[in-house]
Each structure stands twice: as structure tokens, then as C-alpha cells.
Design a binder for this molecule. Structure first.
Ligand code: URA
Length: 224
């Protein structure tokens, strides 16, 4: 097993026995997140619902089925991406996570982001959006990717909200269809094409040696 996978598994084990906020008292299973740890796209939802609490897996209920469809619209497969939440344990009756729950759980999400080192983060709903755009309204900025510290952050409506509201549903489908273009844009930023007038041989001779990424497995130079 790779070092990255070992570290992600160790973190998931830590999350599964966490007692740092009151949510541990009512959970059945913590939901650390799942997917490809070498992905360049991380999806961050809000918190587990009833199905996720029962299975320990993120987005496995109705909203999860819709998210799978949306990932298909983005020309991706669920197993190619990583999916997690801002809080890893279910808030009772699916209430909003409280500020103290969000801050107790933030260290786990921060560590996941650090380990996965994604090029693109798709936030699902207002709680994950608020990490990056605390003063914005989702209705104003959904689908609009912004570079923050070398990551492209794309705020999206939450799939559960969009599922039952036709206007949000068509907006979220439209926004997910933008993801392949954002991926191209991100690739372009980290693998710029040589300018047309450049002669490849001369460019090669002049090019500095490629920088080794800090972790080979978390390189931002290859997508998947
Ligand atoms: N909604 C979320 O935000 N996360 C899940 O894992 C499931 C539903």
C-alpha cells in the first residue's frame, strides 16, 4: 500500500473514533469520505444523512444518486474523484451543523485537502462554500470557479436542494457540465502549452529541470 493511502486510512480511522464534538453521541458511523486519493477533484458536501450514518459512506442516499448523475455530466466517474463532508458525523434530524461542530471537524478536512492536494475543489452547498467564500451567496456565485492558493474552487448548489427544485436542478446540471472546461483550464495553468513560435528543441534546452512535487503521489501535474 502507498504512503498516501496509509495516511488517508489512518486519518479515516482517527475520524471514526473521534469524540471532539457532541455529534459522536448520536452517530452510528462516522463518515470520513471515500474515493480516489490521487484525484485532482475533491467534492465537499455538508454532513452525513441517515443512509450515510448507517453505512459510513458519503452520499449514498437520494442526494448521492443525484450526485453520481452529476459527476457523469462532468464526464467523470465517482471512483475517479474523492467525496467528503465538512462534518463527518450526522447532525441529528439532519439539522444544520453548529459552528462548534464545524470548527471541531475542520482539522480533518484540512488534513484531507493537504494529503489529496486537489487541483479543483467543488463545494456542495453553503457550508462548504463558506470555507472559501464566507461573505457570498450561493445563488450569486454558483458555477463560477475561482483560483485560491493554486486551487480552483467551484461553488455548487447542494444536490439535495437541487433535486426537488426544477430551477436549481437545471442550474446545477449546467454548472457540472462546466467541469471538463475547468479541468482543461487547470491543466493549462500547470502544463502550459509552448508558445507557437517556440522551437521545441531550443525550448527543451533552455527549460529548467522539472521540479519534483513534494509528494510524487499528490502531483498536480497529471490528472488521475
Ligand atoms: N448530504 C451531504 O452533504 N453529505 C452526504 O454525505 C450526504 C448527503
Amino acid at each position: 500500500m502507498s504512503k498516501l493511502l496509509d495516511e488517508m486510512n489512518a486519518l479515516a480511522a482517527e475520524i471514526s473514533v473521534c469524540r471532539e464534538c457532541m455529534l459522536h453521541l448520536t452517530r452510528d458511523k462516522a463518515v470520513p469520505g471515500e474515493g480516489n486519493v490521487r484525484t485532482k477533484i475533491l467534492f465537499i458536501g455538508e454532513g452525513p444523512g441517515a443512509n450515510e450514518n448507517a453505512t459510513g459512506r458519503p452520499f449514498v442516499g437520494q442526494a448521492g444518486n443525484f450526485l453520481n448523475q452529476l459527476i457523469g455530466i462532468a464526464q467523470l466517474k465517482r471512483q475517479e474523484v474523492f467525496i467528503t463532508n465538512v462534518v463527518k458525523c450526522r447532525p441529528p434530524s439532519n439539522r444544520d451543523p453548529l459552528p462548534e461542530e464545524l470548527s471541531a471537524c475542520a482539522k480533518y478536512l484540512n488534513r484531507q485537502i493537504e494529503l489529496i492536494n486537489p487541483l479543483i475543489i467543488v463545494t456542495l452547498g453553503r457550508f462548504s462554500m463558506a470555507r472559501y467564500f464566507p461573505l457570498q451567496r450561493i445563488s450569486a456565485i454558483h458555477g463560477q470557479g475561482q483560483w485560491i492558493n493554486d486551487r480552483l474552487i467551484i461553488p455548487m448548489f447542494h444536490p439535495a436542494a437541487a433535486l426537488h427544485q426544477p430551477s436549481l436542478r437545471s442550474a446545477i446540471e449546467h454548472d457540472f457540465a462546466l467541469i471538463p472546461g475547468y479541468l482543461e483550464q487547470a491543466k493549462e495553468r500547470f502544463e502550459p502549452k509552448p508558445a507557437p513560435e517556440e522551437k521545441p528543441a531550443a525550448a527543451e534546452a533552455a527549460a529548467p529541470a522539472p521540479q519534483e512535487p513534494e509528494s510524487g503521489e499528490a502531483s498536480q501535474l497529471s490528472l488521475f
